[in-house]
Design a protein around this ligand. Structure first.
Ligand code: 13P
Ligand code: SF4
Length: 349
């Protein structure tokens, strides 16, 4: 989790942060001139943040000019939910996808939570509805329902606890019931089953059939190819990838977990099987390390822009303002707080 305390960044400082990031095509790199042209928008955003007592939370996958230009906190879905839970600001602008902004509203019903993203979907969150969960609960009454944080507030409201990629194994292991229904990510669910089997944790786990369109694409053969070409490479994988890919990894974890892993590693070459945004952060933070292989973009995360953030702070449209039905908010809060209690109890023991 990164926190920025400075006020307005200069074009030179921004360029220092962005110059090593490859933008898909090696000839497309940030120049000092590009950075200069971003400054008027950044300045207006910073002024509005100060005037309105607002903060900007930005997920590790969004564009680097947001992460380094205006974000107050950056991180994975767990770290940002925690920041939203602790924030004293009156307005939270959440640059990510809809379900993360909704989670901030679940945790802060009395605050204004703004979603600047005009296309903040997620194939996981959009792949299951409250109606689906109601049906499943009726079908499997003896199961504890665990949802991934990549779900709508309505789905969370019907589940017993939620989890994120940074705590999924810990939380499910601590649930007393040995019958678990995990939704909606089938691949993450298969990874949980495999991990528990390997570690002697006895749970009967049923899975929903959702996937992340970015992570399901990765194939074990690409890992083999990269290992062949770079002998000392470290392979880092998000748990939304298939078990065949996860099996080949040196590290499996959340986006911020991967960042910390690279920070601690003494190796030079890394291959990350996750969205390109994370590779961008690492290229910026660790210019002496090499990030090999190709990454993929999430069209939903990349729909965020500085202009959308500015517009949302200046004059939010109804679709930018997160509103939740009070009953959904209350039940979804119980579900999200249950996750925090599992994680916090675990860290205290
Ligand atoms: P993290 O919580 O690991 O950042 O993951 C969120 C996500 O949507 C990954 O695709
Ligand atoms: Fe959803 Fe996948 Fe995009 Fe993450 S990368 S927000 S899981 S579609």
């Amino acid at each position: 989790m990164a926190t920025r305390l400075s006020l307005m960044i200069t074009a030179k400082e921004l360029h220092d942060k962005l110059k090593n990031i490859r933008m898909g095509n090696p000839v497309c790199q940030f120049t000092e001139q590009n950075c200069e042209s971003l400054l008027p928008t950044i300045e207006r955003i910073e002024t509005l943040k100060r005037d309105r007592n607002a903060i900007i939370l930005a997920h590790n996958y969004v564009a680097p000019q947001i992460l380094y230009g205006v974000a107050d906190h950056t991180g994975d879905s767990y770290g940002l939910a925690k920041k939203a839970r602790e924030s004293k600001a009156e307005i939270i602008v959440f640059a990510s996808v809809r379900f993360m902004a909704e989670t901030a509203k679940i945790l802060n019903p009395d605050k204004v939570v703004l979603d600047p993203n005009p296309n903040g979907g997620c194939t996981l969150a959009d792949g299951i509805t409250a109606k689906d969960v109601k049906k499943l609960r009726a079908q499997f009454p003896e199961y504890t329902f665990v949802c991934y944080i990549n779900t709508t507030a309505e789905v969370k409201a019907l589940c017993d606890t939620c989890v994120t990629s940074s705590n999924v194994y810990k939380v499910i292991e601590r649930i007393e019931n040995d019958k678990i229904y995990f939704l909606p990510d089938r691949l993450m669910g298969e990874n949980i089953k495999k991990y528990f089997k390997k570690n002697g944790v006895e749970k009967k786990i049923k899975l929903y059939d959702g996937t992340c369109y970015v992570h399901e694409e990765y194939q074990p053969e690409s890992v083999d190819q990269v290992r062949k070409n770079f002998k000392d490479v470290e392979i880092l994988v998000h748990p939304e990838c298939s078990p065949r890919v996860v099996d080949k990894a040196n590290y499996v974890g959340s986006t911020s977990g991967m960042l910390d892993y690279v920070r601690r590693s003494e190796r030079k070459n890394f291959f990350l099987l996750t969205e390109c945004g994370l590779t961008g952060i690492l290229e910026s933070e660790f210019p002496e390390k090499k990030f090999v292989g190709t990454c993929t973009t999430c069209r939903y995360m990349k729909a965020n822009s500085l202009e959308h953030i500015l517009h949302t702070l200046e004059k939010p449209s109804p679709s930018n303002i997160i509103e939740l039905d009070p009953r959904v908010q209350k039940n979804a809060l119980r579900c999200v707080e249950k996750m925090f209690s599992y994680v916090e109890d675990y860290s205290n023991n």
